[in-house]
Design a protein around this ligand. Structure first.
Ligand code: PMP
Ligand code: GLN
Length: 379
């Protein structure tokens, strides 16, 4: 059959994790923790499974979880979401992104996104007949050039996608970025903002997470996407959620009901209960900042140059001083010869732009971080 996505191969995350496994390399490529989920949370999942919560959840998610999220959104962002109509639990952020784009993008609609961009965005837009308009984040800090965005927004632009904290670079958007975005959105009332905030709690250096939901006028035109996989060290559970005004959510739910219908009931109930204890997520910035700092400290003296990372659990490193190999080759070489796997940043550019930067995941035990850093210091 004719492929709808002829240029799409296997995701770089699968490619690098497989290579890491085959070569018994330390896997700092695909983003997932190598430590365990809290035993309290596992206990709650066990409790609900043992107590018979094993059948379909309501299509938009279990009420207890949606209500708990609404109360969190109010206290964290002063955002009032109606849990009945404005919050939907999805199978990870990936499903939330897919449903949002598929429900709202029609053939010929333009979607502005910023490279390096998370790998699922572009193919999902194209599957709907949308036209991805790839702009480039400005180095050295990987920031958005809002003057350029203003020039590119046209009558065809239906959506702008943002991601803060940003995967893969670790840059974060600020209040000033939101002010510029707000100005653009207010001039284009049909424009939608899709805000990927899966690393909302993993933010450092006294930055505050600039959720789109903190800005009421903007939030009226926005869809915000979150993931419990990052927050609870449980990427394999694939539970996330999407927040949007009721009219937009109605369209997103039309997809959700036929893409997955609903999400794991016991896990939703367990998370709802676990979220009641605020410290279960408020300790994340300090927890991950310590890991980032340990990694940075341990690679001092290596030939790698860190790209400033203020959020996410990824530290990108430039290897310009070490080698002029293309980044895919470098990632392969490090995996096969030095037993350490990373992600080449060119994979996140439509143009395959290669700045000789690799992304390393530091959601790992201190032991793993120290072992990995030792290897990097020898290269
Ligand atoms: N967006 C970004 C920026 C991500 O990094 C990820 C996962 N690493 C996702 C979306 C998908 O999240 P999930 O695993 O919850 O589907
Ligand atoms: N988001 C994770 C990362 O950036 C990977 C998710 C996946 O494997 N699809 O590494």
């Amino acid at each position: 059959p004719e492929s709808k996505l002829p240029d799409v191969g296997t995701s770089i995350f699968s490619v690098m994790s497989k290579m890491a496994q085959e070569h018994s390399a330390i896997n700092l490529s695909q983003g997932f923790p190598d430590f365990e989920v809290s035993t309290d949370l596992i206990g709650l999942v066990n409790k609900y499974m043992s107590n018979g919560f094993n059948q379909y959840a309501p299509m938009p998610g279990v009420p207890a979880l949606r209500e708990q999220i609404a109360s969190m959104l109010k206290s964290r962002f002063n955002y009032l979401a109606n849990p009945e109509t404005e919050i939907t639990i999805t199978s990870g952020a990936t499903e939330a992104l897919y449903n949002s784009i598929t429900a709202l993008i029609a053939p010929g609609d333009e979607v502005i996104l910023f490279d390096p961009a998370y790998d699922s965005y572009d193919p999902t837009i194209r599957l709907s007949g949308g036209i991805p308009v790839h702009l480039t984040l400005k180095q050295p800090d990987f920031s958005i050039d809002w003057d350029e965005v203003e020039q590119k927004v046209s009558a065809q632009t239906r959506m702008i996608m943002i991601n803060t904290p940003h995967n893969p670079t670790g840059s974060v958007l600020t209040g000033e970025d939101m002010r510029r975005l707000d100005k653009i959105a207010s001039q284009h009332p049909d424009l939608l903002i899709l805000s990927d905030e899966v690393y909302e709690h993993i933010i450092f250096d006294n930055f505050t997470h600039a959720s789109i939901l903190r800005y009421p006028a903007l939030a009226d035109q926005s869809i915000a996407v979150f993931s419990f996989g990052k927050t609870f060290h449980a990427t394999g559970w694939k539970v996330g959620y999407v927040v949007a005004p009721a009219g937009i959510m109605q369209e997103i739910r039309k997809l959700h009901q036929f893409v997955t219908f609903s999400v794991n009931t016991a896990v939703q109930l367990a998370i709802a209960e676990y979220l009641k204890t605020e410290s279960n997520y408020t300790q994340l910035p300090a927890f991950y900042q310590q890991k980032r700092d340990l990694f940075l400290d341990q690679i001092k003296g290596s030939g790698f140059t860190p790209i400033p990372c203020h959020g996410t659990y990824f530290q990108s490193l430039s290897y310009k001083e070490i080698s002029d190999r293309p980044d895919m080759e470098m990632a392969e070489y490090l995996t096969k010869t030095h037993s350490i796997a990373s992600i080449p940043i060119s994979a996140f550019y439509k143009s395959r732009r290669d700045d000789k930067i690799l992304r390393f995941c530091f959601a790992k035990s201190e032991e793993t971080i120290e072992k990995a850093a030792k290897i990097l210091c020898r290269i």
